[in-house]
Design a protein around this ligand. Sequence first.
Ligand code: PRP
Ligand code: ADE
Length: 177
Amino acid sequence: MDDRTYIKSHIRTVPDWPEPGVQFRDITPLLQNPKVFRVLIDQFVHRYFDVRPDVVAGLDARGFIIGSVLAYELNVGFVPIRKKGKLPFTTVEETYELEYGSATVELHTDAVKPGDRVVLIDDLIATGGTMMAGKRLLERLGAQVIEGAAIVELPELGGADKLRAAGLPLFTLVSFE
Ligand code: PRP
Ligand code: ADE
């Protein structure tokens, strides 16, 4: 089995959660198994080792899990983009629509420097709203988002295409139709 198929086989689909009609793609079985977790992280490490970003930025909350390990392995800093009300210092914020509901995310104003090359990571891209908001926040502080990365993309929701059309290159490992 190739690595992407191995990774996909450890993502659990939970129907009708958190509301009817949503097929929730649950990554916890991936994290729970040390062998597949290492295969997963290695995919991102290999992708970005030679790229040498200045920063890895992770999206709240599941983007923190893989983003912080990736930053550690690349020996670069990790920056959290958090849901509103969690960051204590001065912030910039963006509001966006989700597959279910809406949300506001924030970033500390000193999290990145102008010109920083950033890899922006999350577990999953659905409508693309979360990653687009993260990109905007980083760009408002003068950083350059060189690529968005995620374990999963859901093509039928159109988010990944929307992000690519907005000029953000994407690296994803698994897709669910
Ligand atoms: C999920 C997921 C992504 C986002 C993707 O997070 O982890 O961050 O939704 O959806 P989008 O592409 O439509 O924006 P959620 O907001 O459920 O938060 P959580 O990580 O705290 O569970
Ligand atoms: N975030 C937004 N949509 C999702 C889905 N279908 N599964 C897991 N996380 C999500």
